[in-house]
Design a binder for this molecule. Structure first.
Ligand code: SF4
Length: 608
């Protein structure tokens, strides 16, 4: 029997048809009916069937390295978390979760921490992926809402890719873009990237911008739009802040971009003269100490021209992970509440408190990822639960993070594998189900909710993450965690979104609360008549107090670094994912690049 499910890797969120081979394996192919990929898969997705072996998996709970029954492990986790809260307060415990979690897992963890333990010390590795976009959206739109859809990349006359190696990082979306360009050669593609990446091969123009100079470039664009009369006067009643944004943008320095004047002029005029323009940005923009400003520099240009919320136009943040967007929906970041509600808003907190019947709501933002591990290092976190992520490798200053986790009084790690760098540091290891065994939903970069379905039985004693969270919550004496299947969690999440919708929020999927979960087909939000075929903001109504979008003044600056030093950009390899616990199982995925590498221009290598 063939199972309709979703790829567990990048934020494109491709549909997969998985067929068990009867010997514990799976054959996979792209789902032709899935709107995100229409049958396509990249090489990672196509190799999923080679990664489902259970040899070497974590199959039973372990306490201090010794196998233990689930009951004993769960009792211990609940006891230690309860003791930390009792002796040191709610903020002495923390969770660090992942954009790999399914929405139902995320919902359960967020509910436990923010509604019952009473601390917002739950953050996610998505913090490193797209938190800058969340903050930029909220500053500009008053809500974290991605305005557009993937099809906008196909409908645009100009697609600008900045801070995005789409060909490697979001391959199927890149394939869709290339197919659209092949069908409509007049479409132009510009890549803005210090490196000449694989994405540049399909581009009409590559701007090898100086590292970190993106805000200079988009501030120059804002000035050019104003100076050439391209500001959309008809849209300006829906926008505030043009004057202050423009005044800040005037300080942008063309020389800082490192671009040839003719290339710079060509780009500015191409963007200014094209109504249907989509600016795609990704981790190259987000992963920066000025990432939020860079996001707003991009959003400013789209707001100034009203190029937002219509087919073929708008800013577009592409998420790195499969369910970074689902994490945003449940409030998986330490400064968010559930359903895109605001933690600092007392009305929002009261609404969620009432819905959850929560005894102890968090009332202020918790620790963000870097600060969270600093707090672990300083001994302020007495009990830490890490779910489906490997921060001992992936956090900035990873060795320091690993030392901090090792020194924590009590660390729980939910994992599919026993030997990751983080799992080795755990006092309690909980065996988690992995892709192919998990059952739930994910939301991709264009707000498309899809089901991830189990095609294989859970091996050994592996259990879903939502189940482990609910079991601990119940042992801590909390009501409201009596779910027996993920459909119940999704229905609760969808019903809560109706509360958010009543408070004016965009994220309202309450229509799905009574949906047939087993049969749930991919569905975009929003679905209401106020939106234009699944896009936001085309009507000019935003979620700020006055209903107008805010253009944000951005003071462009460059990264601080000693003059003459070599700046290294990070990237990723096309066929591997995160710390390779899954993709490393497929020999064919190692053929693209056998080992980590450093690319250096021969002239630089000679000079250095
Ligand atoms: Fe999976 Fe992303 Fe490849 Fe699609 S593009 S198959 S979601 S890794």
């Amino acid at each position: 029997m063939t199972i309709r499910t979703t790829c567990p890797y990048c934020g494109v969120g491709c549909g997969v048809l998985a067929t068990p081979d009867g010997q514990g394996g799976l054959t996979v192919r792209g789902d032709p009916d899935h709107p995100a990929n229409r049958g396509r898969l990249c090489v990672k997705g196509a190799a999923l069937g080679e990664t489902v072996a259970t040899q070497g998996r974590l199959l039973t709970p372990r306490i201090d390295g010794v196998e233990a029954p689930w009951d004993r492990a769960l009792d211990l986790v609940a006891d230690r978390f309860a003791a930390a809260v009792r002796d040191h307060g709610p903020d002495s415990v923390a969770m660090y979760v992942s954009g790999q979690l399914l929405t139902e897992d995320y919902y359960a963890a967020n509910k436990l921490m923010k509604g019952f333990i009473g601390s917002a010390n739950i953050d996610t590795n998505s913090r490193l992926c797209m938190a800058s976009s969340v903050a930029g959206h909220r500053r500009a739109f008053g809500s974290d809402t991605v305005p557009g859809l993937y099809e906008d990349l196909e409908l645009a006359d100009l697609v600008v890719l900045t801070g995005s190696n789409l060909a490697w990082c979001h391959p199927v979306l890149h394939q869709r873009l290339m197919a659209a360009k092949a069908a409509r050669p007049d479409m132009r593609i510009v890549v803005i990237d210090p490196r000449r990446t694989a994405t540049c091969e399909g581009a009409d123009l590559h701007l090898a911008i100086a590292p970190g100079a993106d805000a200079h470039l988009f501030n120059l664009l804002l000035c050019h739009l104003f100076d050439t009369g391209r500001i959309d006067a008809g849209f300006m009643p829906h926008v505030t802040g043009l004057d202050v944004a423009l005044s800040a943008a005037r300080r942008a320095d063309p020389a800082a971009t490192g671009l040839e004047p003719c290339d710079l002029s060509a780009f500015l005029e191409m963007w200014a003269a094209t109504d249907r323009v989509v600016t795609v940005y990704s981790q190259g923009i987000n992963q920066s100490d000025t990432g939020t400003d860079k996001v707003n520099a991009i959003l400013n240009c789209h707001l100034a021209t009203g190029r937002i919320g219509h087919p073929g136009m708008g800013p577009f943040s592409v998420t790195g992970q499969p369910n970074a967007m689902g994490g945003r929906e449940v409030g998986g970041l330490s400064n968010m509440l559930a359903c895109h509600l605001e933690l600092e808003n007392p009305d929002h907190r009261d609404a969620v408190r009432a819905f959850w019947d929560a005894p102890r709501m968090a009332e202020r933002p918790g620790l963000k990822a870097v600060d969270l591990f600093r707090a672990v290092e300083e001994g302020r976190i007495k009990a830490l639960w890490i779910i489906h992520t490997n921060p001992a490798v992936t956090m900035p200053d990873a060795d320091r993070v690993a030392r901090a986790i090792a020194a924590c009084d009590f660390t729980v790690v939910s994992e599919a594998w026993p030997d990751t760098d983080t799992a080795r540091l755990a006092h309690v290891l909980l065996p988690a189900t992995a892709w192919g065994e998990k059952d739930g939903t994910v939301t991709n970069s264009e707000r498309l909710i899809s089901r991830q379905r189990a095609a294989l039985p859970a091996p050994g004693q592996a259990r879903p993450d939502w189940w482990a969270v609910a079991q601990v919550a119940r042992r801590m004496g909390f009501r409201g965690f009596g779910w027996t299947e993920p459909a119940q969690i999704f229905a609760e999440h969808a019903a809560l979104s109706g509360v958010a919708g009543a408070l004016g929020g965009d994220f309202d999927i309450s229509d799905l609360a009574g949906a047939d979960y087993e049969a749930l087909a991919p569905v975009h939000w929003p679905q209401g008549p106020a939106q234009r075929a699944g896009r936001f903001f085309g009507t000019g109504r935003f979620h700020t107090p006055d209903g107008r979008a805010r253009m944000v003044p951005v003071m462009a600056r460059l990264p601080d670094h000693p003059v003459g030093r070599m700046l290294l950009n990070t990237g990723r390899t096309r066929d591997q994912w995160h710390t390779m616990t899954r993709t490393g199982l497929s020999p064919r995925l190692a053929r693209h690049l056998a080992e980590p590498y450093l690319q250096l221009h021969p002239d630089d290598a000679g000079r250095l």
